[in-house]
Design a protein around this ligand. Structure first.
Ligand code: GTP
Ligand code: MG
Length: 195
């Protein structure tokens, strides 16, 4: 898909700040530092739109991006980030839960997993939780450029087995460095949004 417009419309800390309107949306979820913001920038071909950082936990609000006057991408704070207090984490847990459970515009979730490593317990819990709530999931395995091509299949298999991914759910190998997997990711996301 060609991006004609893309803009961060709100960084929401509470659910009353979520934008209204009929626009369908897809949320990006995954561990801190997995590459969610980079994924958004690569898909939209907008380098600095979603802020990226080597320091994990940078994104601490639900960031709503409005694309082509037609849909939203929602950058969700990374899970598994230990350096916030327990009460902060619990408050976040509640905001996220209410988002994923109640948000009517939400058509599905892109769950990002670091392609280099076995899925973590947090990754497994997140996938199970999304499936439990009947949310369609697209798995994107990030940082493919850091694995040699000969090992790609092995790493995809490791993710499918680790998460016990449903057969019909796509696992897309992706790199924000090379844009590998971008067309496939767009195809799956467009299907979620508009079918
Ligand atoms: P939080 O907002 O903290 O949850 O992190 P995030 O998931 O948004 O990660 P972000 O996009 O900020 O990327 C984290 C780091 O990984 C940055 O240094 C990125 O440049 C790097 N990175 C992201 N995607 C890729 C990729 O595909 N390949 C490589 N080599 N590095 C990547
Ligand atoms: Mg981020």
């Amino acid at each position: 898909m060609k991006t004609t417009s893309a803009e961060l419309i709100i960084s929401a800390a509470k659910d009353h700040q979520f934008p209204g309107g009929p626009y369908p949306e897809v949320a990006l979820s995954g561990r801190s530092n997995v590459g969610k913001s980079s994924f958004i920038n690569t898909l939209l071909t907008r380098k600095g739109l979603a802020r990226t950082s080597q320091r994990p936990g940078k994104t601490q609000t639900l960031n709503f991006y409005f694309i082509n006057d037609r849909f939203h991408f929602v950058d969700v704070p990374g899970y598994g980030y230990a350096k916030v207090s327990k009460s902060e984490r619990e408050a976040w847990g509640r905001t996220m839960e209410s988002y994923f459970e109640k948000r009517e515009q939400l058509k599905g979730v892109v769950q990002l997993i670091d392609a280099r490593h076995k899925p973590t317990v947090d990754d497994e819990m997140m996938y199970d939780w999304l499936k439990h709530h009947d949310l369609p999931v697209i798995i994107v395995a990030t940082k493919a450029d850091k694995i040699s091509k000969g090992k790609w299949d092995k790493h995809i298999k490791q993710i499918r087995e680790g998460l016990q991914v449903d057969k019909e759910d796509p696992v897309i190998l992706f790199s924000s460095e090379t844009a590998y997997g971008k067309d496939r990711a767009w195809k799956e996301i467009t299907q979620l949004l508009f079918s």
